[in-house]
Design a protein around this ligand. Structure first.
Ligand code: IVH
Length: 705
């Protein structure tokens, strides 16, 4: 594309350097997903090389990345039945229209059906099924032959071991990590050797190849094509060759394989280039909220006849094009590193960046993990750094771009004392902590505990907490419950009314459900929704405290990495829990029969369901109005629900037997949409998810409100 931005190349030596840079970058990218330059820079570079080669065909180097799949970077030893090609790119509406027009000229007829789907940012893979069983997995490699990665079978969500029918077919698609799989993979690697992955793409690349890791990370597959073996003349083979792409994809989904159809950016068909462009914009707008990375939109001729006639160039099909979106990864400057002590005493570095636009938002801060990680990456202040942010993933600094150093870079200062209180640092773990632990930022942990979504202690402002801390009346939030009227009256600016109000608020706080009391403890790895799951699973604080790591792992979303952290944290907050119990704070979750009691009852031969509570423990939510449903809330609540916070809405959903979620997907059963509902509503409507008003919802859950 001639009018796309490109890197200008002045002479033969600059051309040589450009080729080398592109080859190195492609090699790194395809080897382990890391790269010394970001995608935008790479694309510009290759376009510059192309332009130069057009002017100087006699100087073209054999190693040039132009015209090669994967920039010529990788090879493998399993030949592909049909080459796995690349896609040509366009970078805007005009270029898309030009491409479509030139394709229609080539075909000498209009293209009447286009398919539009997201370009998934992972690794291409070929999944070979024989008689319905997944027999072999092969990477793209150089497009002609790839690497056998069949050892990954069974670890890829969306790619079943068995298809619905005993068919022999090759499925092609993208293997990637969703935001939560990535988070989970980073936690596992962090626990294992203190390092993390740079971004979901390189995590997926490394994981797909890894054979002897002591931990297993899950991947996700999204199919985008199905092909019969070239010599196959079975009915299915003939049908797959003749069906439109959209129908092939529906068949793939029918075999139990994941496709983008289950996502908010599902593939659609369009009949005009305007409609195509409209869908491109919708997908681009949805990108920042997606739980997986996309780097563009793929537009294909939907009809088999159009595809056959358009054919292929050496590198890419002529019947498809990738509409590229700005890279989720960019290079910017590391200006400073800030060290902060969090609520639990963890001391974490944070990168301050020269603001850069990434995936639709301006990024100024990014995660840096820990001190050891900074050392391992060899980061320096003033470095140009690769920063990644896509969808739900928290922005993170990947690596310094060493060849861009000027000599003015300075070492990053690593604190010798807690940046908050100046006390010593416990550096025995990768994640540093103030030796004072939670006490270091007592004010932060107490106001968190008193917050609206936890104990909801009205009238307890931060300055009040500070006053009490200064007066030595409290050291943690449990001490609040033993404050006397006299002690409070003694505090400055504390009159009779405020004192009585606060005492009444504390009395109400004592009766909060276990989910909130547990959340108030601020145990690492357990936010609001995990605290609710813990409380519903165990029923009592006693049961939580008696649980070992294995028992804790039974809670939905608790992996083998998180569980031991929870146990260690519980030991640490044990004195607080003891004080809370002694003060008479509620330690049970209403409506839940503790797991231990339920099992005992079952062992004693109790009639199943003889007791409402027992039934609930056996099958959560059965008989309740939202049983088995996943519900998302958006917009402003009104009517009976007007005063409820999001957390309270989520609590209500769970009381009614449902599962609360924050994002709309094909798994969503219902969206409660209030005034000013935005993209979630559009998404839900697009997916055919039931949308109700707050009033309708209140009626549905009835007296549970
Ligand atoms: S179709 C003949 N559809 O993009 C090639 N590819 O740059 C047809 N990709 O190697 C590919 N999402 O790994 C197709 N919806 C999609 C895709 C997609 C991601 C990847 C694929 C391909 C690369 C080309």
């Amino acid at each position: 594309m001639t009018d796309a931005p490109l890197t200008a190349i002045a002479d033969e030596s600059a051309y040589g350097e450009a080729v080398q840079l592109a080859v190195d970058a492609a090699a790194a990218y395809y080897a382990d997903g890391t790269s010394t330059i970001d995608d935008d820079v790479y694309d510009r570079l290759v376009r510059g090389i192309e332009a130069y080669e057009k002017e100087h065909p006699e100087q073209v180097l054999p190693g040039s990345p132009t015209g090669k799949v994967a920039g010529g970077a990788v090879v493998g030893d399993v030949p592909h039945t049909v080459p796995m090609l690349s896609l040509d790119n366009v970078f805007g509406a005009e270029q898309l229209a030009d491409w479509a027009a030139s394709l229609e000229r080539r075909l000498a007829r209009p293209v009447t059906v286009w398919s539009v789907e997201p370009k998934l940012d992972g690794l291409a893979i070929s999944a070979r099924y024989r008689r319905g069983r997944l027999a072999q997995l092969v990477t793209r490699g150089d497009g002609v032959a790839g690497e056998d990665v069949s050892h990954a079978i069974g670890t890829i969500d969306g790619l079943p071991d068995r298809l619905a029918e005993p068919v022999t077919v090759e499925l092609r698609g993208e293997v990637m990590m969703t935001a939560s799989q990535f988070e989970d993979a980073c936690a596992k690697r962090q626990a294992h050797d203190g390092t993390t992955f740079a971004n979901p793409r390189s995590a997926a690349a490394g994981t797909l190849r890894a054979q002897d890791r002591p931990y297993v990370c899950e991947l996700t597959f999204f199919g985008y094509g199905a092909l019969p073996a070239p010599a196959d003349t079975s009915d299915l083979a003939v049908r797959l060759r003749e069906l439109p792409h959209s129908e092939v994809m529906a068949w793939v989904a029918g075999q139990g394989v994941r496709t983008t159809a289950t996502t908010p950016v599902a593939g659609i068909v369009a009949t005009t280039v305007e409609q195509v462009q409209e869908r491109v914009e919708q997908i681009a707008a949805a990108r920042a909220e997606l739980p997986f990375g996309i780097d563009g939109i793929v537009i294909k001729c939907d009809l088999a006849a159009d595809q056959v006639q358009a054919g292929f160039s050496s590198r890419a099909p002529r019947w498809a094009i990738a509409y590229k979106l700005p890279a989720a990864e960019k290079i910017t400057k590391l200006l400073a590193v800030e060290w902060n002590t969090g609520r639990t005493g963890i001391i974490a570095p944070r990168a301050v960046l020269e603001p850069v636009e990434l995936d639709g938002s301006i990024v100024t801060y990014a995660t840096l993990h820990n001190a050891a990680d900074i050392g391992r990456r060899g980061l320096m202040l003033g470095d140009s750094v690769v920063v990644y942010k896509a969808g739900d993933v928290i922005p993170r600094v990947e690596a310094p771009v060493v060849h861009l150093r000027t000599g003015d870079e300075r070492p990053i200062e690593i604190p010798a004392a807690c940046p908050h209180c100046g006390d010593a640092i416990d550096a025995s773990q990768e994640r540093w902590r103030c030796v004072r632990g939670r006490a270091c930022r007592a004010i932060a942990s107490i106001s968190y505990a008193a917050g609206r979504d936890q104990l909801d202690i009205e009238g307890l402002a931060e300055n009040r907490i500070q006053q009490m801390l200064d007066a030595g009346l409290i050291a943690d939030f449990a001490d609040l419950f033993t404050l006397t009227r006299e002690q409070l009256l003694d505090l400055e600016r504390m009159g009779e009314t405020s004192t009585d109000n606060l005492l009444a608020a504390l009395e109400r706080a004592k009766g909060r459900p276990l989910s909130r009391v547990f959340c108030a403890l601020g145990v690492r790895g357990t936010g609001r929704s995990m605290s609710r799951r813990m409380a519903r699973h165990f029923g009592t604080m006693e049961a939580i405290r008696a649980a070992d790591a294995e028992a804790i792992q039974q809670v939905d979303g608790m992996g083998p990495e998180k569980a031991p952290v929870v146990i260690a944290e519980l030991a640490e907050v044990a004195p607080i829990i003891d004080k809370l119990i002694a003060a008479g704070v509620n330690m049970t979750e209403p409506g839940v029969v503790p797991a231990a009691t339920a099992t005992a009852a079952a062992a004693a031969g109790a009639e199943p369901g003889a007791e409402a509570g027992a039934e609930e423990a056996a099958e959560p939510g059965a008989g309740l109005p939202l049983a088995g449903m996943t519900v998302v809330v958006t917009g402003a609540m009104s009517g009976a629900l007007e005063s409820l916070s999001r957390n309270e809405m989520n609590e209500l959903i769970e009381r009614a037997g449902g599962k609360a979620s924050s994002s709309v997907s094909a798994k969503t059963s219902m969206l409660v949409a209030g005034e000013k509902a935005g993209s979630k509503r559009t998404k839900a409507e697009g997916l055919g998810v039931r949308v109700v008003t707050p009033e309708e919802f209140a009626e549905l859950v009835g007296e549970l409100v």
